[in-house]
Design a protein around this ligand. Structure first.
Ligand SMILES: [Zn+2]
Length: 97
């Protein structure tokens, strides 16, 4: 497993973690995610989503059982597609790499 190392990561201090993302309501696995920088996970950039179990082409982010987790946005500062997560919609677990 190789983490991406690019301008987005540099802009966030050059520090990344790999997270396992699951639905808060039902525990269904959503994806793995490379979180760059410190702070809480408020949005997931599409280019950092690894091994998704769900469709990334839709406007909404839903778990395999249909729970709504977030909505697609473009992060204007970087013109970068992302999903804005609803508060407490997902559980995160750090994966050791
Ligand atoms: Zn769910």
């Amino acid at each position: 497993m190789k983490l991406k190392n690019d301008k987005y990561k540099k802009a966030r201090g050059g520090y990344s973690r790999l997270l396992n993302i699951a639905c808060q309501k039902c525990g269904s696995s959503i994806c793995q995610y490379q979180k760059d920088g410190a702070g809480s996970l408020r949005r997931m950039y599409v280019d950092r989503i690894i091994d998704p179990k769900i469709s990334l082409d839709r406007k909404d982010l839903t778990c395999p059982k249909g729970h709504l987790l977030g909505v697609k946005i473009i992060y204007e500062k970087e013109k970068r597609p992302a999903f804005r997560l609803f508060v407490d919609s997902v559980v995160k677990k750090i994966i050791k790499v």
